[in-house]
Design a protein around this ligand. Structure first.
Ligand code: FE
Length: 349
């Protein structure tokens, strides 16, 4: 071998090494594309923190849950999205069933998130917990008269209940949780009684039920607690004053009925089937369950952390501890169609 060929060989080896290094740099994700059903203000500061820590850019697209799901379906394999952030296990399950998600394996996620708050196959992971208890008008309801969701079927509540439409996923999930606990037949009987006990045909969102109860149109509102905490934190008297008239009752606690616990749900994340920045997507999900992120996210959204051992905000702490239904939330998705049909049969608009 002449010195010339050795030199030639050495530079080839260097070139190869350099190419391998370059390809590794190119393989490390520098960005992640996020479709979020959560409003920008409720997530952006956390995403910025993630970018500061990892150098990974987050491209955020926000929209309504149904619209984002539809968009992901129509974009299919060409979707730029890596991650879907949406509310309600029912929606997360729909995304999975539509084939637009893929399974993720992560020990960090499995350790941080209780098994009931994530898909058994890893297609979605809960990131925050929301509770849907009974809210009552303090002036007109004695909490001693409240016990379970089931007991709201009693004649004593005739014309006194405000609850939104059956087209709303939160109510579909609540009814799905009741099917899981009580069966279809008994839940249908319950739903008919609830319809009979409604103060008015369903209209508006959760905040509107709270306001209607505060205004005396009804005595009970079924609503997610973060709406009430949001109203309590508001500078607008139109939000704050009604909220002050309402209180939280945690139904189905031990000693009441089957004591299965109050209905809860999650907001969560799912990796899209089309994801091209998989590593970054997993990193972002893992970031969102670290203790500081959990505390900030739950506090900002008026929700509860999915991770245990995180300190609660003062408003939530004031409402006290409660036992949550320990039903695997994947069931809410599986029973969604049955819940929708049942509410329809019961005449729940
Ligand atoms: Fe909501």
């Amino acid at each position: 071998m002449t010195p010339g060929t050795t030199h030639h060989f050495t530079s080839l080896a260097w070139l190869a090494a350099a190419l391998i290094l370059l390809s590794q740099v190119a393989l490390a994700d520098t960005e992640v594309n996020l479709y979020s059903a959560r409003k920008e203000a409720l997530i952006k500061p956390l995403l910025d923190r993630f970018t500061d820590e990892t150098g990974i850019q987050v491209n955020l697209v926000t929209g309504k849950a149904d619209a984002l799901l539809q968009r992901l379906k129509s974009e299919g394999a060409n979707s730029p999205a890596d991650l879907l952030l949406t509310v309600d296990a029912g929606n997360l399950h729909r995304a999975k069933t539509a084939g637009i998600t893929q399974a993720v394996q992560s020990e960090t996620l499995d350790k941080a998130i209780p098994a009931t708050y994530r898909d058994p196959e890893g297609h979605w992971y809960g990131l925050s917990l929301r509770a849907r208890p009974i809210l009552y008008a303090k002036e007109r309801v004695d909490p001693a008269d409240l016990s379970t969701y089931e007991a709201l079927a009693d004649d004593a509540w005739q014309g006194r209940i405000c609850i939104r439409s059956s087209s709303n996923i939160y109510n579909q999930s609540l009814v799905a949780s009741m099917i899981a606990a009580d069966g279809v037949e008994s839940t249908e009987t319950w739903a008919r009684a609830i319809v009979a006990n409604m103060a008015r045909p369903p209209q508006g969102g959760d905040r509107d039920q709270i306001k209607a109860a505060a205004a005396g149109q009804c005595d009970i509102a079924i609503a997610n607690t973060y709406y009430l905490s949001g109203m309590l934190k508001s500078d607008d008297p139109g939000e704050l004053e009604p909220a002050k008239k309402m209180a939280v009752f945690w139904p189905n606690q031990p000693g009441d009925g089957d004591g299965r616990g109050t209905h809860v749900n999650v907001s969560g994340a799912a990796m899209t089937a089309a994801a091209s920045n998989k590593d970054a997507a997993v990193k972002l999900m893992e970031f969102l369950v670290n203790p500081e992120a959990q505390a900030w996210y739950a506090e900002t959204n008026g929700e509860y952390p999915v991770r245990t051992g995180i300190e609660q905000s003062p408003v939530l702490a004031e409402w006290g501890e409660f036992q949550a239904d320990d039903l695997s939330l994947a069931k809410l998705g599986e029973l969604n169609a049955a819940a929708v049909r049942l509410m329809d049969r019961a005449g729940w608009r």
